[in-house]
Design a binder for this molecule. Structure first.
Ligand code: T5A
Length: 211
């Protein structure tokens, strides 16, 4: 079986990191053990610096504009895709991504209200038709997201945004997921065990389909 790119999406605290590990365990059971994990923004030395730039809200009191924010996450993504993800897939390594381009559509599109067409053009110019083979969208209400984030401690620049901002992001995720058959929506506002069962069912079925 050719290597694949699987991504996990959702609001802060949706359980993406936890789910990435679950997906890897399922793949191991199928004998797929050549796997790397990526996160966005991040995953290369330069992309990790851009991640800090995105999360930090103290740039000598200069705020990051919405377009600059889109360019920062897009720049980090191009570095990661060209220098890590594509080479990995080319040598037969599977890639499990904690966030990818759908995050830009949801956060910068839904959250920051940048036009969908502009985000799509930027993506097509920079990455062409490169896209994940499968995406799991972990759906949680923004209230749950903010509660989990607050329990973790100090908030970063984006986590300090309003409930309305995260509601727009969630709505955007749901709308896009509904129109794209490669995106599976999982109700992640349930116990970890139930979410895990859903992930297992989806991945097992998908692996049988593509095999
Ligand atoms: N961003 C990113 C953009 O704006 N545009 C973009 O294009 C991209 C790529 C990334 C930030 O960048 C923004 C979005 C983000 O603001 P990040 O630090 O990577 O920031 O933040 P997240 O990706 O959101 O990661 P988190 O660590 O916050 O959340 P996860 O990974 O979704 O959740 P996880 O697995 O760490 O779990 C969080 C907590 O919840 C518990 C876990 O035990 C843990 O304590 N939990 C549950 N509790 C109860 N029930 C469940 N079902 C649970 N699942 C997990």
């Amino acid at each position: 079986m050719n290597s694949k790119f699987i991504t996990i999406e959702g609001l802060e605290g949706a359980g993406k990191t936890t789910s990435c590990r679950i997906v890897a365990k399922i793949l191991y059971k199928y004998g797929i053990d050549d796997i790397i994990h990526t996160r966005e923004p991040g995953g290369t030395p330069l992309s990790e610096k851009l991640r800090q730039l995105l999360k930090n809200d103290m740039h000598n009191k200069e705020s990051l504009t919405h377009y600059a924010e889109l360019f920062v996450v897009s720049a980090a993504r191009v570095q990661l895709v060209e220098n890590v993800i594509k080479p990995a897939l080319a040598r037969g390594t599977w890639v499990i991504g904690d966030r990818h381009e759908l995050s830009s559509q949801a956060y910068q599109g839904g959250g920051r209200k940048i036009s969908h067409d502009f985000i799509r053009c930027l993506k097509e110019e920079t990455l062409g038709n490169f896209t994940p083979d499968l995406t799991l969208y972990l759906d949680i209400p923004p209230e749950t997201s903010l509660q989990r984030v607050k329990e973790r401690g100090q908030l970063d620049r984006i986590e300090k945004e309003s409930l309305h901002f995260f509601t727009r992001i969630r709505n955007q995720y749901l709308a896009i997921a509904q129109s794209d058959t490669r995106i599976y929506t999982i109700d992640a506002n349930r116990s970890k065990a139930k979410v895990k069962t859903d992930i297992e069912n989806i991945i097992n079925r998908w692996l049988r389909e593509i095999n």
